[in-house]
Design a protein around this ligand. Structure first.
Ligand code: CAO
Length: 412
C-alpha cells in the first residue's frame, strides 16, 4: 500500500524546521525507527524516524528545504505489520529535550539495543563527519542515548592516526586543575603549536637513538679566546658555536649518511653534497631553527656574524621563510645556558641532530703520562634515525667529532 509520510508534530511549539540531511532515497528499504531525515530548528536538532516498514518510492524534500508540520516528506510502499505509536515517535524525535535527564539502567539497555546498527548524532556532528570522511557507524558513541558527539569524532581521528603510525596516543582527559589550587591559563604561541606538532610527529615517526659523548675543547678554548678578543674590536661576538659547526662539517664529510634524508618512499637515501646547518634558537615566542647555508665555505668570523644576525632576527620574528629551509643537519646548543647531556629530537627530513651542553673543567687522568690534567670538557649528544644509521656508526661519528675538536688545525 502506498502511503504519504507527513512531518509529525515536532513539539515544543516548533512548527517548522530546516532539513539538514536526507538519509534515504527512492528504492531504499526502511524499517521502523530507521532515521529518514535530520532536521534543525532554532531550538533543537531532531532525527525523524520512520513509523513504517517498507520501500521508499519518492522523496519530496532535500537538504536546505524548510518543512512544516503536516507537510508531505516521502511516499512509501508500506509493508503490513505493526505501526509505531505516536508517543514513541515523539520520544524519538525529541532527543535534545531529554538530553540532561538521567537514563535508568533498563532504559539505557533498551536504547542501546534499539540503536544497535543505527547512528544517532546531531546534524552538526553529521556534517563534521562528512567533512572528515568518517563513517559514523564505526564511531564509538559516548553521548546520551547512544548519540555520537563531536568529542567522539575527535577521539576516533586520534585513534586512527595513532593506529596508522603504530603507536598509541593517550587522549588527554578534560581535567579541572583548579580543583587542587589556583591556576592560570596561557595560550600557546603559534610557533609553539607549529613546533610542537613537528616535534611530536618527528618523535613518533622516527626511531631515535641518542649517543652521548664528550670532547676535550681545551685547545679550542685557547683559540676561541684569541678570536673572541679580536672579534670584540670589530663588534663580532665569537662564541664556541662556529667552531663546533666547523667540526661538525668535517665529521659530516667523513660520515655522509648523517648529511642525508630518506626519500618520500623511504627506499633511498639522498646524500647531500652541501652543508647547511640548522641552528636551534630560543626565542620569547618559541623555538625556531634558521638555516646557515654552505657552512663549509665560511670562516669563523663570517659564521659568527651570521649567527648574531639570524639569532637576533629570529628573536624579533624577522626571519624570511627561505631562511628556515634547506638544512642538512641541525645543532641545538644549550652550552650558553647549562645542563649536561639531553636528547634532541631530529628535525625532519634530516636524519641526525647534535645537542651541545655547557663545558666544564674536569680532572682527567692521562694513563701515559700518569698525570691528572685539567681538561675543558664539552658534553654533547647525537640523536640519529636508526632506520638510516646503525649504533656503531653513531658512536664512530661522536668519537671522530671529538678528535676533530681536539685538532687545532680544524679551525684554520
Ligand atoms: N660550553 C661553554 N660555554 C659555552 C658553550 C659551551 N658548550 N656554548 C656557549 N657557551 C658560551 C658562549 O661562548 C658565550 O660565552 P662568552 O660570553 O664568553 O662569549 C656564552 O656561553 C653565551 O653564548 P650564547 O648562547 O649567547 O651564544 P651561542 O653562540 O653559544 O648560541 C644560540 C647561540 C642562538 C644557539 C643560543 O643563544 C640559543 O638560542 N640557544 C638555545 C637553543 C635551544 O633552545 N635549544 C634547545 C632546543 S630543544 O631541542
Amino acid at each position: 500500500m502506498l502511503k504519504e509520510i507527513l512531518l509529525p508534530d515536532l513539539g515544543e511549539g516548533i512548527s517548522s524546521a530546516d532539513v539538514s540531511e536526507v538519509l534515504i532515497s527512492p528504492g531504499d528499504n526502511v524499517s521502523i525507527d530507521d532515521i529518514i531525515l535530520v532536521l534543525e530548528s532554532e531550538k533543537a536538532s531532531m532525527e525523524i524516524p520512520s513509523e513504517e516498514k517498507g520501500v521508499i518510492k519518492k522523496v519530496f524534500v532535500s537538504a536546505g528545504d524548510q518543512v512544516k508540520t503536516g507537510e508531505i516528506l516521502i511516499m512509501m510502499e508500506v509493508s503490513p505489520g505493526p505501526k509505531v505509536t505516536k508517543e514513541k515517535t515523539e520520544e524519538k524525535i525529541a532527543p535534545k529535550k531529554q538530553k540532561d535527564q538521567k537514563i535508568s539502567t533498563t532504559s539505557k539497555e533498551k536504547i542501546e539495543s534499539e540503536t544497535k546498527g543505527k547512528t544517532f548524532a546531531s546534524p552538526g556532528v553529521r556534517r563534521l563527519a562528512r567533512e572528515l570522511e568518517i563513517v559514523l557507524s564505526q564511531v564509538k558513541a559516548t553521548g546520551p542515548k547512544g548519540r555520537i558527539t563531536k568529542e567522539d569524532l575527535h577521539g576516533d581521528i586520534k585513534q586512527k592516526m595513532a593506529q596508522g603510525l603504530g603507536v598509541s596516543i593517550r587522549v588527554q582527559p578534560k581535567i579541572d586543575f583548579s580543583e587542587w589550587g589556583e591556576i592560570e591559563t596561557k595560550q600557546l604561541t603559534k610557533i609553539q603549536k607549529i613546533t610542537g606538532d613537528r616535534l611530536q610527529q618527528a618523535w613518533q615517526t622516527i626511531p631515535h637513538v641518542t649517543q652521548f659523548d664528550e670532547a676535550d675543547i681545551s685547545i679550542l678554548n685557547t683559540k676561541r679566546e684569541k678570536l673572541k678578543t679580536e672579534g670584540q674590536k670589530k663588534n663580532i661576538k665569537v662564541t664556541f658555536l662556529p667552531f663546533i659547526m666547523k667540526a661538525v662539517i668535517k665529521t659530516l664529510k667523513e660520515f655522509p649518511s648523517f648529511n642525508s634524508s630518506l626519500d618520500y618512499q623511504g627506499k633511498n637515501l639522498v646524500i647531500k653534497n652541501y652543508y647547511n646547518l640548522g641552528i636551534a634558537v630560543d626565542t620569547p615566542t618559541g623555538l625556531i631553527v634558521p638555516v646557515i647555508k654552505n657552512v663549509d665555505k665560511k670562516s669563523i668570523n663570517t659564521l659568527s656574524k651570521e649567527l648574531m644576525d639570524i639569532s637576533e632576527r629570529a628573536r624579533l620574528g624577522k626571519l624570511k621563510p627561505g631562511e628556515l629551509k634547506g638544512g642538512s643537519f641541525t645543532i641545538s646548543s644549550l652550552g650558553g645556558i647549562g645542563g649536561t647531556y639531553f636528547t634532541p629530537i631530529i628535525n625532519p627530513p634530516e636524519v641526525a641532530i647534535m645537542g651541545v651542553s655547557k663545558s666544564i673543567w674536569k680532572p682527567i687522568y692521562n694513563h701515559k703520562s700518569k698525570e691528572i690534567i685539567p681538561t675543558y670538557t664539552m658534553p654533547f649528544s647525537l640523536s640519529y634515525d636508526h632506520r638510516v644509521i646503525d649504533g656503531a656508526l653513531g658512536a664512530a661519528f661522536t668519537s671522530f667529532f671529538s678528535k676533530v675538536v681536539l685538532d687545532s688545525t680544524t679551525f684554520d
